[in-house]
Design a protein around this ligand. Sequence first.
Ligand SMILES: *[C@@H]1O[C@H](CO)[C@@H](O)[C@H](O)[C@H]1NC(C)=O
Length: 189
Amino acid sequence: MPLSSLLLSSIFTLFIFSFLYLSIEIEAETTYHHHHHHHRHLRSLHFSLFQHETINKTGYFIVPGVVGPSVSQTTTPFGTMFVFHDPLTTGAHRASKLVGTSEGTAITSGLDGLQSISIAKISLRLKHHTGSLSIVGGTHNVKPSNHPIVGGTGDFLFVQGYVTSSPVDLVGITVVYKLEFHLYWPPYA
Ligand SMILES: *[C@@H]1O[C@H](CO)[C@@H](O)[C@H](O)[C@H]1NC(C)=O
């Protein structure tokens, strides 16, 4: 083998080895970082509250709908705009501890009159966390709905997750919903 080709092949071998070494290094570092973040920074919080909505007191129809079923305990015409500012308590009973409010709007977007798009700001004063969560999503009037959390303020800054809203009592002038919170703080929060 001529000297020049021997030299070339050793350089090539060296190059391959250093490349391999580098990839192992990178991989090790990535694994380490994932591990590190997972254990030191991922925080989550899970709890339930109850939302009380009293027609013509904490919730009002502000724009009438245009088509579909009429206003009933579970339906509203397509296009109906509703605005609310409801208390949130720790128990299903209205007299239980008040820990926050949910203010927002719902626009009937289902032609069956059963579904709406809801936007809400949930303000909370919990034992160790004070601030607000913003949620957006589709709500079904008689079935549980998952509302993605789009962000938060105060102690909930950068929070992600979802809030599951389920009707508990739809009879009478005050309707009650159970809200199940599943909150996750990203590593950079
Ligand atoms: C709420 O107020 C509207 C407008 O005044 C009225 O038509 C409706 O009957 C009231 N609803 C209840 C449940 O009191």
